[in-house]
Design a protein around this ligand. Structure first.
Ligand code: BES
Ligand code: MN
Ligand code: ZN
Length: 495
């Protein structure tokens, strides 16, 4: 897909499709009015017949409109003008892409970027348009025996900006957004792949490929190395599986050699059966998505490399399956973590924190400026925040603020939850230093509390993406979140 930025009026564009917005109540936006004028009131006339009300999520496609050099005009419903905000804007972009896909247009020019959004500039609107368009065109059909027949596909999109002087801003937003989209698409692909293909070894080879093609360093530690490091918690989770565990390390060296890096740690459970504390059968297939934290780390590393950020970034991915079996770890088993702390594994389904705690200890060797872990950690997170916001926890408020702002700027939002000492009370074991679960109440918080015990050496934040990493239902699939948040966070750090 090719994106470009242009100023100029809609009625003069020689393109496959001009995309303009209409507010609810059949109110034409400024660019729609320009079109209407050139077409001698044709748009207003069509709307008067009641074929398009401007409701959000609706479109109307007009062909060969007299007086216009473009092949088509796509009217996109925007909803109420008063309620025009980021969500409505993204919805308009998504709606437009969906409609464009079913036309024969191979190129289009979007005037939706002209919509006024409070406190949002051209860069935001262009970035969100590019992300929305690329997300809308994403398909995962590599597991189909024949790729579904595709008609003429959209190949070129021009995004409109109001002034010539906005063109450079628009162009750098396009560059940033295409890098982020390419990272997010990698994350979606890895998430969507079934667990019989996307194994720990597969993730490791993907990381090596990334390194080779994008100038990153990659190191993969095997079972033997993990034993030498004393990663007893990570190894305990891997015990039940026939697939050997991998600890994947990717490095982007964009700054001076001894500049402290930002370390990203991603949960890479390629399939979570729950282990001996077996999960119920319903929707268990979705536990192939339990490596979406890992996928977001690989995707963000790709985006960072594409953007050539002047920053040192390290990605660490502990990857394993969580399976039951004769060798599997059992409830009540006690293991020694790399930190030396002992953990009583009361529930083998709380495995994410067990692999992450050893990865967090491993991260200490980088003397990091900050560590952010990303994990599909708890069902409780889905109950607390649903599928809109990612849960954010941190041991340093300024880091929490940075991530919240990055999420808002990237429209990949997070919400800050408490990590007060009072919650640590829930983690008491009669036999080991700590148990791997607390009570059911505040489950996402106690999980974060467990991790916090292993993140004392640096500013640390934890993103629980259990509700945001994938969608269930008819649109089942990985979302690529929170690659945009992370890429934005790192971009701001590098400035
Ligand atoms: N991967 C799951 C969390 C999860 C469950 C994410 C459902 C999204 C949807 C995690 O490993 C897990 O099983 N957590 C348990 C923890 C519990 C045993 C304390 C949970 O949330 O039920
Ligand atoms: Mn689990
Ligand atoms: Zn899990």
């Amino acid at each position: 897909m090719e994106f470009s930025i242009k100023s100029g009026s809609p009625e003069k564009q020689r393109t496959g499709c001009v995309v303009v917005g209409v507010f609810e109540g059949r109110k034409l936006t400024a660019s729609a009015l320009d079109i209407d004028r050139a077409a001698k009131g044709f748009l207003a006339e069509v709307l008067r017949r009641g074929d398009h009300e401007g409701k959000a999520g609706t479109t109307l496609l007009l062909h060969i409109v007299a007086g216009l050099p473009c092949d088509r005009v796509l009217l996109v419903g925007l909803g109420k003008e008063r309620e025009m905000g980021e969500t409505a804007y993204r919805k308009a972009i998504d709606t437009a892409v969906k409609a464009l896909k079913s036309t024969g247009a191979t190129d289009a020019m979007f005037f939706l970027t002209d919509l006024a959004l409070r406190k949002r500039d051209t860069a935001f609107k262009v970035e969100q348009a590019v992300l929305g368009i690329l997300d809308g065109l994403y398909r995962f059909d590599r597991m189909k025996s024949k790729p579904p027949e595709s008609k003429r596909a959209l190949r070129k999109v021009i995004l409109h900006v109001g002034r010539r002087s906005d063109i450079p801003t628009g162009e750098s937003a396009v560059a940033r957004a295409t890098a982020i989209a390419s990272g997010a698409h990698l994350a979606r692909d890895l998430g969507n792949l079934p667990a019989n293909i996307c194994t720990p070894a597969y993730l490791a080879s993907e990381a090596q490929d990334l390194a080779k093609h994008h100038g990153l360093e990659c190191e993969v530690l095997d079972q033997k190395d993990l034993e030498k490091l004393g990663m007893g918690a990570f190894l305990a989770v891997a015990r039940g599986s026939r697939q050997p565990p991998k600890l994947i390390v990717l490095e982007h060296r964009g700054a001076k050699k001894d500049d402290p890096p930002v370390v990203l740690v991603g949960k890479g459970v390629t399939f979570d059966t729950g282990g001996i504390s077996l999960k119920p059968a319903a929707e268990m297939d979705e536990m192939k998505f339990d490596m979406c934290g890992a996928a977001s780390v690989l995707g963000t590393m790709k985006a960072v490399a594409l953007m050539k950020l002047p920053l040192n970034v390290v990605g660490i991915v502990p990857a394993t399956e969580n399976m039951p079996g004769g060798h599997a770890v059992k409830p009540g088993d006690i293991v020694t973590t790399m930190s030396g702390k002992t953990v009583e594994i009361l529930n083998t389904d709380a495995e994410g924190r067990l692999i992450l705690c050893d990865a967090l200890t491993y991260a200490e060797r980088y003397k990091p400026a900050a560590v952010v872990d990303i994990a599909t950690l708890t069902g409780a997170m889905v109950i607390a925040l649903g599928h809109i916001a990612t849960g954010l926890f941190a041991n340093t408020d300024s880091l929490a603020r940075e991530l919240l702002q990055a999420g808002d700027a990237a429209w990949d939002r997070a919400w800050h939850l408490p990590l007060w000492d009072d919650y640590q009370e829930g983690l008491k074991s009669n036999f080991a230093d700590i148990p791997n679960i607390g009570s059911r109440a505040g489950g996402a918080i106690t999980a974060a509390c467990f991790l916090e015990r292993f993140a004392k050496a640096y500013p640390w934040a934890h993103l629980d993406i259990a509700g945001t990493a994938w969608k269930s239902g008819p649109d089942k699939g990985a979302t690529g979140r929170p690659v945009a948040l992370l890429a934005n966070f790192l971009t701001r750090r590098s400035a």
